[in-house]
Ligand binder design. Structure first.
Ligand SMILES: NC(=O)C1=CN([C@@H]2O[C@H](COP(=O)(O)OP(=O)(O)OC[C@H]3O[C@@H](n4cnc5c(N)ncnc54)[C@H](OP(=O)(O)O)[C@@H]3O)[C@@H](O)[C@H]2O)C=CC1
Ligand SMILES: O=C(CO)COP(=O)(O)O
Length: 308
């Protein structure tokens, strides 16, 4: 394909992995980080695609900074952040789209543990947008023999899959840390997916999106890998460490911790039942032990698996 100019905002683990994938495909890649010497203006100037891979806590501020710089009206904005805004409960793509209503916004999300991608192990991902042409261009830019990229027309569903599974990954880490066995893990992941679908429906996401790569796919990857920072948080909590101790020694961002708080707030507002998230929240708050969280989940009122 034709060489494309891409600005990657955020030089963390994920921003760097995505920059390397695009570079390997022969594109002109410029990386911006708040610690780097290049200005944001110089990095995004003339870029056809601007991809943000920064942690959720910096998204609103970064959006304001980009907004103060004139962009070509065709510039495609891609978000790869997996989190929720604590003030508004908005997703990153909603924040970008509100600030740039006339620009195509694309969500990139999937089972993509950055370390495996940096080791050139094969992976697949999803690029989702209401603007099909924009999603197809981003698909072309990143597709390679080691990175298979699918398009999808449900950006909010794709984004929420990657965001909500982080809470389930914390729970899965607890499950493995307590050595609860394979049956327990299967029950947790399956009921976790049900909870993700329920929350997603309240946001207007399509149910089937959660059964794809960005939902079930990412849930399986992060709930089963010690490479996941969210899984690590849960695993270490099971050994009795406090959240403060764990985060002090965690390299990189475990978004599930903040996402859990925001989700509890949103679930209260919209009366969404979120039993697993609620127990992860209480555990992270230090209100209960991992064993108490397990007991609370197992001893809830019995009920049908689905309300058909
Ligand atoms: N790592 C992975 O496997 C994957 C991560 N993600 C998601 O990508 C996002 C980033 O994760 P990851 O790269 O792993 O995290 P890292 O902790 O490695 O990097 C975080 C990045 O965000 C930047 N950042 C944080 N706060 C701000 C701010 N206020 N303003 C500007 N930049 C800021 C950091 O800049 P600085 O270096 O200057 O602190 C750094 O570039 C997360 O939402 C994560 O869930 C998605 C898929 C895979
Ligand atoms: O989102 C990820 C893989 O798809 C990365 O998971 P962690 O943020 O838990 O490391």
């Amino acid at each position: 394909m034709q060489k494309t100019t891409i600005a990657i905002l955020g030089a963390g683990a994920w921003g760097q992995a995505l920059a390397d994938l695009a570079s390997q495909n022969g594109h002109e890649v410029r990386v911006w980080s708040r610690r780097g010497s290049a200005t944001l203006e110089a990095v995004i100037s003339g870029a056809e695609i601007i991809l943000s891979a920064i942690a959720m806590k910096g998204v609103s501020d970064l959006v304001s900074q980009v907004k103060s710089i004139p962009l070509s009206p065709n510039t495609i904005l891609v978000t790869a952040t997996k989190g929720l805004d604590p003030q508004t409960t908005s997703t990153p793509s909603q924040i970008w789209q509100i600030a740039f209503p006339d620009h195509p916004v694309v969500v990139l999300s999937g089972p993509n543990l950055s370390q495996e991608i940096q080791e050139s192990l094969p992976a697949a991902t999803v690029v989702a947008s209401e603007n099909t042409a924009a999603a197809e261009l981003v698909q072309l830019v990143f597709s390679s023999p080691i990175f298979r990229v699918y398009t999808n027309p449900d950006p909010i569903g794709v984004e929420l899959g990657g965001t909500l599974k982080n809470i389930m990954a914390i729970a899965a880490g607890v499950c493995d840390g307590l050595h609860l066995g394979t049956n327990a893990k299967a029950a947790l992941v399956t009921r976790g997916l049900t909870e993700m679908v329920r929350i997603g429906q309240s946001w207007g996401a399509k149910t089937e999106t959660f059964y794809g790569l960005s939902g079930l796919g990412d849930l399986l990857a992060t709930c089963n890998s010690p490479l996941s920072r969210n899984y690590q948080v849960g695993y270490q909590m099971a050994s009795g460490k406090t959240l403060t101790e764990i985060l002090a020694h965690t390299a990189g961002t475990a978004e599930g911790v903040n996402t859990c708080q925001v989700l509890v707030q949103r679930a209260q507002q919209y009366t969404i039942p979120i039993p697993l998230t609620q127990q992860v929240y209480r555990l992270l708050q230090g209100e209960i032990t991992p064993r108490q969280a397990l007991e609370e989940l197992m001893l809830r009122d019995i009920k049908p698996e689905y309300h058909y």
